[in-house]
Design a protein around this ligand. Structure first.
Ligand code: GMT
Length: 367
């Protein structure tokens, strides 16, 4: 198939899922065209993947340059030039609206699939100014997927959409994300956090958890990523006297290698529709400690493949971390269980065929 993919090409989870999906589909012989405003991170130079940039003209009359319209035009242009079979857009706003327009420009001959990732529904879609258009573009999609059962239910509850929503969980490439073969005793015991440092991720909780853990264990913390709360996290690390034990790496492309160097992944988020970072950690043999929110319980079995706490329960999360770091058989058992869950339920080999089957069913229906 010839598939166009649109996403936010930044460090958010939806962009990462879209990019990894493109890479996996290309591995399976499909021709992939990314249509975005910047080359997505994690996209390697490959002959079977083409990047088509969307340029937004900055005419003085436009106080707000109309990206949604430029994207729609570009989608239709690329679809005609490359004879695309289908478009797959990640994140409803504004991508599904642009896809809807592109389908119109193409005389209805360009079906599109919308994948909902979370904040497009829970935050953006509920902003009154976006509510109607989000609901309409979901209903108008040729197929809709959601990355968790929880997000599907939230979408139905909040928008009252009647369109069927297929749940296709996030996936991980088990060859790229795999446990370290090296003996763990050669390095420090380590917590890791990976996100875009937005307030919803509660990165300050990670610093507080480390401070409490360090009262019992000489562990350090690696913070991977960047975003609005990084400065506050650095200040807090100074205030709690743990700054020398926290390494802020910033945005990195070598996430699999960094994850392999950790024991526990902290994901103290206020909301997560799925929690891709935790899945990447689990595949790498890192035990996740997360919060009981959104779709996270669909990923982490509390006490088996990781631990779940209430949002803001710093003490509870720190206690679990200390328990793991002071009981090697427990840590090993949970590392193995986490990896096995990633293998059994969330491998790209089992999830990607679900997208392929969906594309085929849409194409059969519209042709
Ligand atoms: O929260 C983020 O990191 C960004 C956001 C996005 O849409 O880019 O992530 C959402 O999509 C990810 C990939 O499907 C999910 O793993 C995250 O749980 C989800 N984030 C939230 O729901 C807050």
């Amino acid at each position: 198939m010839k598939i166009g993919i649109t996403c936010y090409p930044t460090y958010g989870g939806s962009g990462i899922v879209a990019t990894e999906l493109g890479l996996e589909l290309a591995d399976r012989g499909h021709e992939i065209h990314f249509i975005t405003y910047a080359n997505p991170i994690r996209l390697q130079d490959r002959p079977d993947i083409t990047y088509h940039e969307v340029e937004v003209s900055n005419y003085p009359l436009f106080q707000y340059p109309p990206y949604c319209l430029a994207l729609a035009s570009r989608m239709a242009e690329v679809a005609a030039e490359q004879q695309l079979d289908i478009l797959h857009v990640h994140y409803a706003i504004p991508h599904s609206v642009s896809a809807m327009l592109a389908r119109g420009i193409m005389g209805g001959k360009l079906p599109f699939v919308t994948t909902l990732h979370g904040t497009d529904v829970t935050l953006v879609g509920l902003d009154r100014s976006y509510f109607g258009i989000t609901k309409y573009s979901i209903e108008e999609s040729d197929a809709v997927t959601s990355i968790s059962n929880n997000l599907k239910q939230q979408t139905v509850d909040m928008f009252g959409v009647t369109k069927p929503i297929e749940v296709i969980h996030n996936f991980v490439n088990l060859k790229h994300y795999c446990p370290s073969q090296q003996c763990r005793t050669t390095r420090k015991q380590r917590l890791i956090h990976l996100s875009n440092f937005r307030p919803v991720k509660r990165v300050l909780d990670c610093i507080r958890i480390l401070a409490e853990v360090r009262q019992h264990v000489d562990a350090d913390l690696w913070m991977i990523g960047d975003g609005p709360d990084r400065g506050a996290a650095e200040h807090l690390a100074h205030d709690l006297n743990v700054f020398p034990h926290v390494r802020f790496w910033g945005k990195r492309n070598d996430v699999p290698a960094l994850l392999r160097e950790a024991d526990i992944l902290l994901m103290p988020s206020e909301m997560e529709s799925f929690g891709l970072a935790a899945l990447e950690g689990m595949a790498s043999g890192v035990v996740p400690i997360g919060t009981q929110v959104g779709g996270v319980p669909e990923l982490i079995d509390d006490g088996e493949t990781g631990f779940l706490s209430n949002v803001g329960d710093i003490h509870g999360m720190a206690q679990k971390a200390v328990e793991l770091l002071t009981d090697e058989p427990l840590l090993d058992r949970m590392r193995n269980a986490a990896r096995k869950a990633a293998e059994d339920r969330f491998s790209s080999d089992s999830i990607i065929p679900q997208y392929e089957a969906l594309y085929r069913s849409v194409l059969n229906r519209v042709s």
